[in-house]
Ligand binder design. Sequence first.
Ligand code: DDH
Length: 291
Amino acid sequence: MSKPGDFEAVRKDIVGILKQKPYDDGSIGPVLVRLAWHASGTYCKDSDTGGSNGAGMRYEAEGGDPANAGLQHARVFLEPIKEKHSWITYSDLWTLAGVVAIKAMGGPDIAWKAGRSDFADETLLPPRGRLPDGSQAQDHLRHIFYRMGFNDQEIVALSGAHNLGRCHADRSGFEGAWVNNPTRFSNQYFKLLLKLKWEKKQLNRDGAPWQWVARSAGMDDDDEPLMMLPTDFSLTQDAEFRPWVEKYAEDQELFFRDFSNVFAKLIELGVYRDEDGIARFSHLEKGKAEY
Ligand code: DDH
């Protein structure tokens, strides 16, 4: 047990659990980043509902959403940290873990503020269906991310998180990693989007969705190919998105700066702190009828 409010102690312990040899590519960092993002990405600016405040994924209605498949692993990995620092809320822990993981994997510092509360009331959960569907394209990206209040440049910057981690057949149906070193944060995703010769492929499995696959220089034919989701690839096919893909491919510093800002914005969506610094749900309760 640490002193309540000692977030440095929590950060240290999160760094301490990132390396997990038998898990995926040896790190749980990527799945922690995805947890922070899915906790936050349910936000809707018009109804002012959803977002990371509340830690709704503790409940089946949100945690069991097929879009969140696999994130139970991230939550279980974080459980010993919650037990040790029991004063921290799950909603603070999940967002902080994402920020700490990005930094530990070589990414930028990202501003993070404490104060999120955990729901005691399941009726405040956002409806399912607010997270993006990888088999779609740019119109869908705009529909989903404009709802959260992001613009085209921010959509491209956020998508750069796919430098990290991989797709799992038993979670999303897609398979493979976007880059060769998926536990190191960089702008490689943008470089590969532009550079490789992507081919549309349905993996050899019943009901597998189609995805884009390619091999980079030095990869053997029997190596697992790199992949892009249809949504990732659509960034290169869109007149507004593509220039940002090109800028971020050329300039890693610019990408890191923009990513840091937009991820900080993502994890603050729908979090309104009272004067005591604690985020409560009164605004949400008012908005409930508009779900
Ligand atoms: Fe993502 N993502 N994501 N993603 N995402 C997947 C994995 C990871 C989409 C679909 C998928 C963001 C945006 C989008 C991460 C971070 C972020 C998987 C694979 C799918 C599918 C899941 C699995 O099979 O395990 C789509 C579609 C979008 C979009 O429309 C833009 C954003 C904004 C982020 C972010 O963090 C800011 C990370 C990290 C992973 C790797 C997880 C892992 O377990 O590894």
